[in-house]
Design a binder for this molecule. Structure first.
Ligand code: ZN
Length: 382
């Protein structure tokens, strides 16, 4: 189930998850179920309403995305599925101020919609001589322009309230965590925020079983619990990776390969990215895809030096794994030579990173999130 890119706004792809189509299917089935009493105008109204509500969800995600970009965070894309919107971005800055601004920008976008709709709804109220809030409530879901305006306003208020819940993965959870971080530090701050979020989810679960008796609310509270647990894990993995030095995990890999060797020598020991070393110093990187492309053609007598990348990015053995991974992701590298006092110490690869990552986080929430998405990226839900 892959998402499909449908549009692009200021270099950010808008992608649709296949489950998004279910929403429209649901509108049609619901209409069939209600049956003869419902006119075609009502179905058209519902379809327009659904499109507009998802447009507001999109706006919410773009609020996050643009604010994140202002703080130097690369945004990959914004995607919509049946359960809402997601802005996929690089790791957020650990700076709590930036986190608050990015998390607030989503609900702020919906607040702007509320401010824009309020005069219209008020005007409709004045013209219809409404005297109480209940009068306004009667127009919600009513298939008319007035109904559209009030329902949209109502939906945006719900999106704001729902997202400001102080529990992960809601924006309110992030704002809450950022506040705690300034006092307790990031790891403890996250733990407290997660505990509060879990407690809230338990209350919500009990409420949805015994009071509201709503299946959707039950699913939602279970979802909140799983994601809160995952966030706690993610922060613990992150701080572990800030403590681990890359030097411990570098592979010696026979000390790399010499630049004057023939290319075919590089295949001994299997196809892989290899550091090119001379007198113990790194002089280049021989990338496996370059190697494949060269050897795929007619056999030639070329040497490693002719095909290698000169002056590749290297890292120091003391660098934390966390920073190395960000550097590799930022430069689109799958491997990086590790140096100790300027001398080749070994190679660190994306495979090594994934291995360490999996060791640290046997995380059930991750598989849930991977069902909805792909890649170990930070996402803000809307
Ligand atoms: Zn949000």
């Amino acid at each position: 189930m892959r998402t499909v890119t449908v549009a692009r706004i200021r270099d950010i792809d808008i992608r649709l998850h296949p489950t998004f189509a279910l929403v429209f299917l649901w509108v049609l089935i619901d209409w069939r179920r209600i049956g003869a009493g419902v006119g075609i105008s009502s179905v058209v109204f519902t379809l327009i309403l659904v499109v507009l509500i998802f447009a507001c969800v999109l706006l919410h995600e773009f609020g996050h995305a643009f604010m994140a970009r202002q703080h130097g965070v690369r945004v990959h894309d914004v995607s919509l599925s049946a359960v809402g919107g997601v802005a996929r971005m690089e790791q957020l800055p650990a700076d709590p101020r930036a986190e608050v601004l990015i998390a607030t920008a989503g609900p702020a976008a919906n607040f702007a919609v509320v401010v824009a709709l309020a005069p219209i709804v008020l005007l409709i109220g004045v013209m219809s001589e409404f005297s109480s809030l209940e009068d306004y409530a009667t127009t919600v879901f009513h298939p008319s322009v007035a109904g559209l305006a009030t329902t949209l306003l109502y939906a945006n208020v719900l999106i704001i309230v729902f997202n400001l819940m102080p529990a992960f993965p809601m924006d309110g959870g992030r704002i809450f965590r950022a506040g705690l971080t300034t006092v307790l530090g990031r790891e403890t701050g996250t733990r407290v925020a997660v505990l509060v979020g879990e407690a809230l989810a338990v209350v919500l679960l009990l409420f949805s079983i015994f009071v509201a008796q709503s299946v959707i609310l039950v699913l939602l509270s279970v979802f909140v619990m799983i994601v809160a647990y995952g966030e706690d894990r993610a922060v613990r993995v992150e701080s572990a990776m800030r403590r681990m030095r890359v030097g411990q995990f570098a592979l010696w890999d026979m000390g790399g390969i010499a630049p004057d060797q023939p290319l075919t020598t590089a295949l001994r020991g299997g196809l892989r990215d290899i550091a090119v070393t001379k007198d113990g110093r790194v002089v280049g990187m021989l990338w496996r895809n370059r190697l494949l492309a060269e050897l795929g053609g007619t056999p030639n007598g070329r040497t490693v030096a002719e095909v290698m990348e000169r002056d590749p990015i290297t890292v120091d053995a003391d660098m934390p794994i966390h920073d190395v991974q960000r550097l590799m992701e930022g430069h689109g590298r799958w491997a990086v030579p590790v140096l100790e006092a300027g001398m080749y110490r070994g190679i660190f690869t994306g495979d090594r990173f994934l291995h360490i990552y999996r060791q640290l986080s046997p995380d059930p929430a991750r598989s849930v999130r991977e069902l909805l998405d792909r890649g170990p990226l930070v996402r803000l839900r809307g």
